[in-house]
Design a protein around this ligand. Structure first.
Ligand SMILES: NC(=O)c1ccc[n+]([C@@H]2O[C@H](COP(=O)([O-])OP(=O)(O)OC[C@H]3O[C@@H](n4cnc5c(N)ncnc54)[C@H](OP(=O)(O)O)[C@@H]3O)[C@@H](O)[C@H]2O)c1
Length: 512
């Protein structure tokens, strides 16, 4: 149940005005994500008057940082990374209620100190606040943090009441099915599921949310959204960057874990799920889980349903770029993929026979995330493809980033005395229609967690359904080592084995 439903004083208020008094505690507060995304998100919520009047921010980490220094770090982060310039009034309101607690992640006594600090804030305020714990550390310490939130009583604080404690957990959520299951069990030994917000920041992006609106608020799409009219679906999450200085982390992760299991699968689930009965978090997440469970197990063998590759030296934006195996911290025998692609079959009434293609990679030709719905070609009786008729299948594409928007490829008559056709693109761009200063994903997600709306977060069973699909592939790849590893030039659109996945069905990858 959302807090807006539970809290008698919040009835009648729009959800964006209804966040209850809250203390947000960030674990890993000296880290990169905190500076680049979390502090700017809190600041922009403050700027938009979306923080509750009684709002506190507490940083937590091993490094001892005096309160003043933490506030200075936070204001520097806002100056550098916020979408809006630092406004002194807005920041001073937040800064006056910002503090820092130093302690280890596996030190129960330090969590007791944190609990006492929050109790003090409540005493000063003269009322209770909800506690929202944001775990923004490397995953190696997720478990001790969760256990100490339990042991110190912080997790159970106000349980069963409107201001119950909540936890946001960063990705990666496990590294395979067994570890995700174990993490779920740790979480459930401490928190109830409705206190837990597993984050995938892709779900906070405007266009991802727009996908639901486009599908279910427009009469023209839903009747066509099935195997009778759709030929195939392609989902691309392409990055321009290589591994840079994060080679050590990336060697343990790889593209399937880093991008496909979470972001790309989430895009797939929202694209292909059945219409939910309501827009409630549970109704939407039930449909996503049903969809993920309907995906057929993948054949991980070479020539099967998956392809993997590493980027080789190439040119990007006119500059020579090193190959993955030459990057710092990468073993020359590395079996870690920087590109992964898969062909999925969804065994349900709506999608039987429609291939879904997913791909993601580093050092690709362009940074772009998109979902492309390729419709079947009309009968060729009137305008058969040929000299005068340059016919394309209608394609509806949702551009998630950058340049968020939607476009539709239509066949059109070229002006002139004879009948010639040409595909044209009709586009809608968020920035053009609504202005470019849209909220960052983390703003939406932090606010939703404060309010108690889990729609844009991943439920425990959803994470497991996605790992169930990906884990056999990861295991097969680990066993195969470098056998079957393809390569692609940095700056290209991917390897030949990925093209071959589509060629089996006479399809080709789009160049978005
Ligand atoms: N950065 C991003 O863009 C990004 C994007 C998506 C998801 N994430 C996820 O968000 C989380 C945080 O990312 P981040 O980039 O901010 O991480 P980070 O900078 O490497 O670490 C965050 C903080 O955690 C503590 N820490 C670092 N290594 C540790 C270790 N081995 N053991 C215990 N504590 C350690 C440090 O604080 P103290 O030393 O003060 O304790 C550090 O400042 C990760 O789970 C990451 O996967 C990050």
């Amino acid at each position: 149940m959302a807090d807006t439903e539970r809290h008698p004083f919040l009835h009648g208020l729009s959800k964006h005005r209804g966040a209850p008094p809250t203390v947000v505690v960030i674990f890993g507060a000296s880290g990169d994500l905190t500076a680049r995304k979390l502090i700017p998100a809190v600041y922009n919520l403050g700027f938009d008057n979306l923080l509750p009047a009684d709002f506190y921010l507490v940083g937590y980490g091993r490094k001892p940082i005096p309160d003043d220094e933490f506030r200075a770090l936070a204001s520097d982060a806002i100056k550098e990374f916020s979408r809006r310039e630092l406004n002194a009034d807005v920041w001073s309101r937040i800064a006056s209620r910002t503090s820092y607690v130093a302690g280890g992640y596996d030190e129960k006594a330090a969590f007791d100190k944190l609990a006492a600090h929050i109790d003090d804030l409540e005493k000063q305020l003269g009322r209770d606040v909800q506690r929202l714990f944001y775990i923004s550390t490397p995953p190696s310490v997720f478990t001790p943090i969760l256990q100490n939130l339990g042991a110190s009583g912080l997790a159970a604080k106000h349980l069963g009441q409107p201001l119950h404690s909540k936890v946001i957990i960063e990705k990666p959520f496990g590294k395979d099915l067994a570890s995700a299951r174990a993490l779920n069990e740790t979480i459930r030994s401490v928190f109830e599921e409705n206190q837990v917000y597993r984050i995938d920041h892709y779900l906070g992006k405007e266009t991802v949310q727009d996908l639901l609106v486009q599908r279910f608020a427009n009469a023209i799409f839903e009747p066509l959204w099935n195997r009778n009219f759709i030929d195939s679906v392609q989902i691309t999450v392409a990055e321009e960057v290589g591994v840079g200085t994060r080679g050590g982390y990336y060697e343990q992760a790889g593209c399937l874990r880093d991008m496909i299991q979470n972001h790309t699968m989430q895009l797939l689930a929202l694209t292909a799920m059945e219409p939910p009965v309501t827009l409630d978090a549970e109704a939407i997440r039930d449909e996503k889980v049903k969809l993920l469970k309907a995906i057929q197990p993948l054949d991980p063998r070479a020539g099967g349903d998956v392809a993997r590759a590493q980027y080789a030296a190439g040119m990007m934006a006119g500059k020579a770029v090193k190959g993955y195996l030459q990057e710092d911290g990468i073993s020359p025998q590395s079996g870690t993929e920087t590109y992964a692609a898969m062909r999925l079959s969804i065994n349900n009434w709506r999608w039987q026979g429609v291939p879904f293609y997913l791909r993601s990679g580093k050092c690709m030709a362009r940074r772009v995330s998109e979902i492309a719905i390729n419709f079947k070609c009309p009968p060729g009786t009137l305008f058969a493809a040929g000299q005068k008729f340059d016919l394309a299948a209608n394609t509806l594409s949702f551009q998630i980033q950058p340049d968020e928007g939607l476009s539709l490829i239509l066949n059109t008559k070229v002006p002139g005395l004879e009948t010639r056709t040409q595909p044209v693109k009709m586009s809608f761009r968020y920035a053009t229609t609504f202005g470019s200063n849209t909220p960052e994903a983390y703003e939406r997600l932090v606010l939703d967690a404060m309010i108690g709306d889990g729609t844009l977060f991943i439920r425990g069973d959803e994470a497991l359904a996605s790992w169930t699909l990906c884990t056999p592939v990861l295991e097969a790849w680990a066993k195969a080592g470098r056998a079957g590893m393809d390569s692609y030039a940095a700056g290209s659109w991917g390897p030949p084995t990925s093209d071959a996945l589509l060629a089996k069905n006479d399809h080709v990858w789009r160049q978005p």
